[in-house]
Design a protein around this ligand. Sequence first.
Ligand SMILES: C[S@@+](CC[C@H](N)C(=O)[O-])C[C@H]1O[C@@H](n2cnc3c(N)ncnc32)[C@H](O)[C@@H]1O
Length: 338
Amino acid sequence: MNKTSSNLPDKYLHQPVFLEEAVDGLNIFSGGTYVDATFGRGGHSAKILSRLGFDGKLIAIDKDPEAIEYAKALNDKRLSLYHGSFSELGNLLKSLKIEKVNGVLLDLGVSSPQIDSADRGFSFQKTGPLDMRMNTSSGQTVYEWLMGATLLQIEKVLKDFGDEKLSSFIAAELILRRDSKDCSARKQFPETTSDLADLVVSVIEGKRKRHYYKTHPATKTFQALRIFINNELEELEDLLEQIPMIVSHNGRLSVISFHSLEHRLVKFSMRPRKVQSNNYSTHPKRLGFFSDQDTIKFANCTIKEIKKIKPSRDNIQENPRSRSALLRVGEIICAEQE
Ligand SMILES: C[S@@+](CC[C@H](N)C(=O)[O-])C[C@H]1O[C@@H](n2cnc3c(N)ncnc32)[C@H](O)[C@@H]1O
């Protein structure tokens, strides 16, 4: 990960969800070391810094280069900023020679600036390129992926990550337009977010008798493609597995999740488990950056759910983005400390 250092401006372009509650969940003490693994526009980071003393530390991460550019204007000696995926947190701490931190905050999903910029391609309400990458410096765009994917791959992504009931029809229409010998049909293959939204609407309206939707018909397709192209669930699972090894005994994890696939992974990571010092994980990914010895030492820790908060009516009225949000706070419990 690349390091930059910064100073928080007064205005945030992103209205944070569960701002007080998620930071309260970290149970911050002034000299502690904390991680904001999803910096965005720094709302949660600013709140954490306001509760840290001069000797506290905040490590902030984001995979979006624009979030990092924004943060470069900031200047706070206690804050270190890293561009990269939060799934690399274990490696990052190791490179910084930090054995354990006191808390990690995760505010999942996309930020308002990402959704609101048409050129990022996240929104079906604004015409832009079919991109949807959070990290615009690497990886395939949605358009590039759709150009090379098979019918079954597209169908599976729409079904698994969007629970789209008409996934097979949407996938078939995409393939029909892409692979058609007729060049006027090929011209209709979606190149922009609006093209894709129109294609999904035409497929769904052709199949459904009643055209009543609580949300836009393309919502599930866009969610699925975004989750897939950013490898969101695998990266979340990866980080959650590292938490018991990188957060200290009685340290905290605050996670704000926005849809059922995320809710499920977070809930699973905080499931009740017995912590036993002789029962350690030999997860192959973990052994990459932790030695066998480290794994034995740290894997006797677990995350215990201590709080779950749903948004109130007032929260939703104030910030409509919070309507599907769920905050879970977990405490790290290690066997040899009990
Ligand atoms: C909902 S926003 C966070 C907003 C932030 N809490 C604030 O108050 O401004 C989520 C941010 O997390 C980043 N993000 C999502 N997945 C990530 C990952 N795997 N690694 C690093 N950053 C990620 C996104 O780029 C986005 O900027």
